[in-house]
Design a protein around this ligand. Structure first.
Ligand code: PEP
Ligand code: MG
Length: 854
């Protein structure tokens, strides 16, 4: 446990983000109220053993130091001196906004209120502070629901005919405080009048809040380790609610939505901190201060500059003005949209605040797909229904839902949802996470809804004041129009506009800052980046984003088209070689055109075509449907049903698919490869430069590769050879890499299947329990999203080393979904020649590969 002045140079892991920021600000000469930090170590110990020896003695000693620094006594006024009150706040090493609990005005009691009132000559302020403490303490420490206190406040306002809190008098607030006290007493959780007992309760509540459900959900979503624990900051209170020359605000040194440089934020006059963050009252923009408090504005500008100079990053800071005097309460690197992250990194490098290399490393590569978010097509959009604040960019449409449950219901049906709330609180995290868009009636750009939506990358419009939301009734009203649960809405989080119905969207335009950053990054990238694409359109998009070829073209996707499925089914049903031939001929014509389109879009770059992978029964209608039709006398359905039953497998993923199918039904193999070779030949005749490669999936033994290669060579003799490779996606293929490598030109690691088989879990079903596994700490992250370096990575490394040794010319790539995940890309950056990612993740792969080179 350390006073700010004792903790210089200590780590963020120990002090938590808040404590760390306060120590640094104090050191940089910024005005910070005296405080001390109880370290994360104490929290971890408490959570492990239920006690921390010597904790309270130390707390008393530090409180004595705060008393010395402020010249006030804890909880007690002396003469005209107000009592020392403190805030008790959590601060994890990783920022978790709104997830943990804060208590303000701690130390007040009935006796303290009288002293505070005397000392400030402001009884209204004193009672207001007390009733706030009672409500916060009642909720956070004593476990009462916040709505109970809000309900009592609303009832009082109604009775007194008050329109806002400001209309309540000192007497009203005194009455409210007594009502709170009586309520807490009656429910068997009396409020402790002893300031020390309050402090003890608050510190332990902060420790425990590490494990509250919403903090757990947040950690799971962001992959924050479960065992960090939180620090506790105990800080002398300063008051923003002492009158019109007081207030509280939040500032950003750059715009967190766009990245534009300049002081940006919000201010609420005569208010306490939580009012802003909780989004309960809509604050005014900081800019407004220029008019009525130019000196304060100037001071904030200097603070912003100082903060950036010190932390060398965009800062998000909280401040309070007490009777014209500015105090900084918190600073941290500000959360920002992907768009803002890129612009800030680039501009800070251009300003010389950071290096270009730092700029490249600053941007979270996994967030780049957010930059490609669509916008409302304004040419074709109707008049908007509403306008609010543009809180998180991107446009989305979906069905209105008014609760977590509503969003979950829609999502379970595969329908997009727009979460509509009066304002959001941390309780809404599940709905916010699943929703395609978020709309709130109240709150500013720094409200909970705005901050969380930006972090999640979900488009959001907040503070749409014309909107009235009635969650319990499942409806909202705006401009005389009623929106009911399930109604379609579109919102554009870049403009703040909200439309009724589903409005056409347009793809996002390219970003100048992003191109600059990627241009800086390119020289550091050694790993090639290709795309997984199976249509010419995807291929073109990927190429525009910088893909250097196609690493995986899944041909089965081409079979699922309406006009082709009947031919695939005829192929499956074929009773004679003639029937099979006819079906293959038809499919050949389709495939050749498909391949021509893709090769053309990637002209001059390699295109790896994977031969058919799934089991054949995937191309048949569901058994139940066939049964019904067959019973109704449909002859084709009857034959299909017979085949479907014959092909049925208990474990289709481990079944008759991939190379197994291709070798036993070689007609399909020949048809596909011939279509590819013929397509390339025709394009060459047109003067183009197609570069096809072919690969077989699901190999587990060198014999399979030999046989497949022999089949391929029959056609190579006629058309000339192309690179021939195999996927390495079964553990056995990885283990036998030394024997397989001499037979092929390349390996492509199919880490989806390799992960599935290495863990022995179904990639299609594991979503049902993997999140809980991660939550329980059984796995550090979901291995279907991010490559498991320890196990799957070991198989991969072994195959790379032994494969290369056996065939020094072997080319190596990766084409599972991990190929576009930044951490996985960094892992393979030195091992492989290229990675292959879905088109919208190509940018992530490029940036992550460059980051690995730094
Ligand atoms: C893989 O298994 O990693 C792969 C790329 O193939 P698919 O996802 O089509 O099984
Ligand atoms: Mg696979």
């Amino acid at each position: 446990m350390y006073l700010l002045e004792e903790a210089e140079g200590f780590s963020k892991d120990l002090l938590g983000g808040k404590g760390f920021g306060l120590v640094a600000m104090r050191k940089a000469g910024l005005p910070v109220p005296p405080a001390f930090v109880i370290t994360t170590e104490a929290c971890r110990r408490y959570l492990r053993t239920g006690e921390v020896p010597g904790l309270w003695e130390e707390v008393r000693a530090k409180m004595a130091a705060l008393e010395g620094l402020t010249g006030k006594r804890f909880g007690l006024g002396e003469g005209n001196n107000p009592p020392l009150l403190v805030s008790v706040r959590s601060g994890a090493p990783v920022s978790m906004p709104g997830m943990m609990d804060t208590i303000l005005n701690l130390g007040l009691s009935l006796q303290g209120v009288a002293a505070l009132s005397r000392a400030t000559g402001n009884p209204r302020f004193a009672w207001d502070s007390f009733r706030r403490l009672l409500a916060m303490y009642g909720e956070v420490v004593l476990g009462e629901r916040a709505e109970v206190f809000e309900g009592m406040l609303s009832a009082l306002k109604e009775r007194k005919g008050a329109r806002s809190d400001a209309d309540l008098t000192a007497e009203d607030l005194e009455e409210l405080a007594h009502a709170y006290l009586a309520h807490l007493e009656a429910r068997g959780t009396p409020f402790p009048m002893d300031p020390w007992a309050q402090l003890e309760g608050a510190v332990l509540a902060v420790f425990r809040s590490w494990n509250n459900p919403r903090a757990r959900v947040y950690r799971r979503i962001y992959g924050i380790p479960e065992d960090l624990g939180t620090a506790v900051v105990v800080q002398a209170m300063v008051f923003g609610n002492l009158g019109e020359d007081s207030g509280t605000g939040v500032g950003f040194t750059r715009n967190p939505a766009t990245g534009e440089k300049g002081l940006y934020g919000e201010y609420l006059r005569n208010a306490q901190g939580e009012d802003v963050v909780a989004g309960i009252r809509t604050p005014e923009p900081l800019d407004r201060l220029k008019d009525y408090a130019p000196e304060l504005y100037g001071e904030l500008l200097r603070v912003a500059e100082r903060l950036e100079g010190h932390f060398r990053d965009m800062q998000d800071f909280e401040f309070t003005v007490e009777k014209g005097r500015l105090f900084l309460l918190q600073t941290r690197s500000g959360k920002r949209t992907a768009q803002a992250a890129v612009r800030i990194a680039v501009e800070m490098a251009e300003e010389g605040l950071i290096t270009r290399e730092e700029a490249i490393l600053r941007v979270e590569a996994n967030a780049l797909p957010g930059l490609l978010r669509p916008a409302v097509d304004r040419e074709r959009a109707p008049r908007p229904l509403l306008k609010g604040l543009p809180a998180s960019p991107g446009a989305a449409f979906g069905h209105a839902a008014f609760s977590n449950e509503g969003v979950e219901r829609l999502s379970a049906q595969g329908l997009p949802a727009i979460l509509v709330r009066p304002e959001t609180t941390p309780e809404d995290i599940t709905g916010m996470y699943l929703a395609k868009g978020i709309l709130t009636a109240r709150g500013g750009l720094t409200s909970h809804a705005a901050v969380v939506a930006r972090g999640l990358g979900v488009p959001a419009v907040v503070g749409a004041e014309a909107l009235r939301v009635f969650p319990e009734e499942g409806r909202a009203v705006a401009e005389g129009v009623e929106v009911r649960e399930g109604d379609l809405l579109t919102l554009d989080g870049s403009t703040g506009e909200v439309y009724l119905g589903a409005v056409p969207l347009v793809e996002a335009a390219g970003e100048a800052y992003l191109h600059k950053l990627l241009a800086w990054a390119e020289p550091y990238r050694r790993l090639g980046v290709r795309a997984n694409a199976d249509t010419p359109e995807d291929a073109r998009r990927a190429r525009e984003l910088g893909a250097e070829g196609i690493g995986l073209c899944r041909t089965e996707h081409m079979f699922f088209h309406e006009e082709r499925l009947p031919w695939v089914r005829r192929l499956i049903l074929a009773a004679t070689p003639e029937e099979e031939d006819e079906a293959l001929q038809a499919l050949f014509r389709f495939q050749k055109e498909d391949f021509k389109g893709i090769l053309k879009a990637m002209d001059g770059l390699p295109v790896t075509v994977r031969l058919l992978d799934p089991p054949l029964h995937e191309f048949l209608p569901p058994l139940e449907e066939l049964r019904q039709k067959a019973e109704a006398g449909d002859e084709e359905a009857r034959r299909l049903l017979e085949r479907a039953e014959a092909l049925r497998e208990v474990n289709p993923m481990l079944g008759f698919r991939g190379v197994r199918l291709l070798l036993l039904r070689p007609g399909i193999f020949r048809m596909q490869l011939k279509a590819l070779l013929e397509a390339a030949k025709e394009l060459k005749e047109e003067g183009l430069n197609p570069r096809p490669e072919v690969m077989v999936p699901l190999v587990a033994d060198p014999k399979e590769v030999e046989r497949a290669k022999a089949l391929a060579e029959e056609l190579f003799r006629e058309y000339g050879p192309i690179p021939f490779g195999t996927m390495v996606e079964t553990p056995r293929a990885a283990l036998l890499a030394a024997e397989i490598a001499p037979l092929v030109d390349f390996f492509s690691f199919g880490t989806n299947d390799l992960t599935q088989m290495a863990f022995g879990l179904s990639r299609d079903d594991a979503g049902k329990f993997l999140p809980r596994y991660v939550e329980e700490g059984l796995l550090p992250f979901d291995p279907t999203e991010r490559l498991d370096e320890k196990g799957v990575g070991r198989l991969l490394r072994l195959a790379v080393e032994e494969g290369r040794r056996a065939n020094p010319a072997l080319k190596l790539g990766l084409c599972g979904e991990h190929g576009g995940e930044a951490g996985s890309v960094r892992f393979v950056a030195d091992l492989l020649d290229y990675t292959s990612a879905s088109p919208f993740r190509v940018l992530t792969a490029r940036l992550a590969a460059a980051q690995a080179g730094l």
